[in-house]
Structures are given as C-alpha cells and as structure tokens.
Write a protein that binds this ligand. Structure first.
Ligand code: AHR
Length: 341
C-alpha cells in the first residue's frame, strides 16, 4: 500500500509536530474524520473515500449505515464519507478530493449513469482503484472502474410487471382496461432507467394496460406526494401506481388518502413499490401497499470483500448482481422477520 508515500508522510508529520502545528490534528478535528495522512502515520488502515448519492430515502439511509458500520477503524479502514446531496457535480468534486488525498480506494454510488469518464480517468491515472456500488455507470472504457456490485434494476421492473399480470389474472381482471401511472426515480439513474424499462417492456405485451403518465418524484416522499396529487387531478380513474421506490409510495399513499380514495389489496388503487424497507412492510401490513420488489442496500460487507481480495492481490468479479425477492402484502408479516432494514 504505497509504502514509499507512507514513509514520506511519516517524515513530514514528524516535522510538522516539531513545529507544534500538526496538519493531522487540524484536519481531524475540523472534519470529524481521520485523514489519510494520519492513517499512514499510525498504521496500515486502508483508506476508503466513499461518495454517496445523498439521503433521499430510507433505502439510502440503510445503505449509508451499512457502509459506515463496515468501514470502521476496528475493521482496519479509515472512511472518508461524502454526501453529494443528489448532485453529480458534488460527486465529481468529492472524487477529485479523494484523489488529492491519495486514498487507497474510491467507492462511488453514482447518482446518474453517464458523465463519469473524465473524473474516473483522473482516478485511473492516479493509480486509485474505483469500485462502483448500487447503481451502474456507462463509460467508454470499462477499465475506468475495477468492480461493480448492485441490483439488477431492469429485472426489478419486469418482476413488478409480471406480478401485476399474475395479480390481475387471479382477480379475473386480466382482460379489463388497466390505467397505470408511474412515479419514476431520479431521471438518468440506472435505478430509474432499469425499473421504467423493465416494467414498460412487459406492459407492451398487454394491450389493455394503459400507461397514463410517467413522471419523476426524485425518489423522495415529498416529491412523490406532489406528483401523485397532480396525477389524481389529471386522471380520475387510476387503477395502479408504480412507485419506483418506497418513499415515493408513502407520498402517493398520503395523496390518495387526502383525495378521499383508498389503496392496497382492498382499496381502489393497487400500489406496487420497490426497495422493501421496514416502513414499507408496515404499510403492507396496514393494507396500503400491494407488493414490494426488493432492492438490497446492505452493500458495505460486499464492497469490503472486494477490497480484501484486491489487497491480497486476488482477482475480483467485474460485475456482481445481488439476489433480491418479491414481497406481496399477504405474506409481509412473515417475510419481514429477520430483515435488517
Ligand atoms: O439506487 C437505489 C435506489 O436509490 C433506491 O430504490 C432508492 O430508494 C434510492 O434512493
């Protein structure tokens, strides 16, 4: 791990402490995080710079928690965490900071698929391996990242649509007209692109499914509610809401109830959601959501496994898809047992 640099830093730190002005102490207290310079001096912690999308959803909170509880000093890491507040420009800035700090690994949960070529080339030129987590990126050169671990978002979308087809059949409604609206995630994110495309592909096979509108709710509860309110005003006859994450589903449920309608297995409107966080299981048990397509946020240990292998000089799989389930309201109480988020 860049031993030459470590020795240089140890020397530099020693010189600084003689002058009574330690750069290490200054930056630790200012940011509340340990700097790489300190780690290099104090031992052999692996320094990981993690650029997180933001804190837009329960899923994201669980994902951040998984990363923070994995990349601890007790586990041999020093984590530099950056919250990009859903902005790609902030992620690019964070990656450049990580490069400047000469971290050992950069981990990126990308807000959108495109726009990463330049900054990842800078990381590559600096010799820092980049691990992509959760959403995918599209780059002209695959060697710009070492590995990716995350969800098969297109499969999640087709799972949702296939569940709807089976559900309508069971209800004897498979030849009636079905009016559908979609609350999409952040436009251009692979979670949005995959879920929208996967659902729409299957929808095309059903001539009686009418997709009335698809609009982004930015993966947040407030925006999901706002967009649902406008859908309800424009379309009085909505049968199905596809919410591309749980927080937008929660917002949609509030809007539906405020409009004097009902939702869930015994209601006017069928709700299909994605993520399957704990509050969504509550909503299924309360009878507000019909089904939840799982998106697993517990990536901390998976990324750590990749880093462990790279540290040992072993090869890692380039793409790792996480296995995920489908949870209908009918079995939610049983399915949620033992779940960590
Ligand atoms: O990329 C995963 C998606 O991002 C989750 O569905 C959503 O809740 C999050 O914000």
């Amino acid at each position: 791990m860049k031993k030459f640099l470590a020795m240089f830093l140890i020397g530099a730190l020693a010189a600084l402490s003689f002058s009574g002005c330690s750069k290490t102490q200054e930056s630790s207290s200012a940011a509340g995080e340990t700097t790489k310079a300190a780690d290099k001096a104090s031992g052999d912690l692996v320094v990981v710079g993690f650029s997180q999308v933001g804190a837009e959803s329960d899923w994201r909170t669980a994902n951040t928690e998984s990363m923070k509880s994995t990349f601890t000093e007790a586990n041999g890491y020093s984590l530099i965490f950056d919250d990009a507040q859903q902005k790609q420009e902030n992620q690019i800035k964070a990656i450049r900071n990580f490069i400047q700090q000469d971290v050992d690994y950069i981990v990126l949960a990308p807000v959108t698929e495109t726009g990463w070529d330049t900054v990842l080339k800078e990381a590559k030129d600096a010799g820092i391996p980049v691990i992509i987590v959760d959403r995918m990126i599209k780059v002209s050169d695959d060697s710009l990242f070492t590995a990716w671990v995350g969800s098969n978002f297109e499969k999640e979308g087709t799972d949702a649509a296939n569940w709807l087809a089976d559900y309508l059949k069971q209800k004897g409604k498979d030849s009636e007209d079905v009016n559908i609206v979609t609350l999409q995630g952040t436009i251009g994110s692979s979670a949005q692109i995959g879920r929208t495309n996967g659902f729409n592909k299957v929808a095309k096979e059903h001539s009686n499914w009418k997709i009335l509108a698809q609009q982004t709710g930015e993966f947040t509860q407030a925006k999901g509610q706002e967009v649902m309110e406008s859908f309800l005003k424009s379309y009085p006859d909505i049968d199905v809401v596809v919410a591309e994450n749980d927080n937008m589903a929660f917002g949609a449920i509030d809007a539906i109830k405020a409009a004097g309608k009902t939702c869930g297995p015994n209601g006017d409107i069928t709700i299909i959601s994605f993520d399957a966080v704990s509050a969504a299981f509550d909503a299924m048990e309360a009878g507000d959501i019909n089904v939840d397509i799982e998106c697993n946020p517990l990536h901390g240990p998976r990324v750590a496994e990749i880093i462990k292998k790279l540290e040992a000089g072993e090869k890692v799989e380039k793409l790792q898809y996480v296995a995920e389930g489908i949870f209908p309201a009918e079995t939610a109480a049983k399915d949620r047992v033992g779940r960590a988020y």
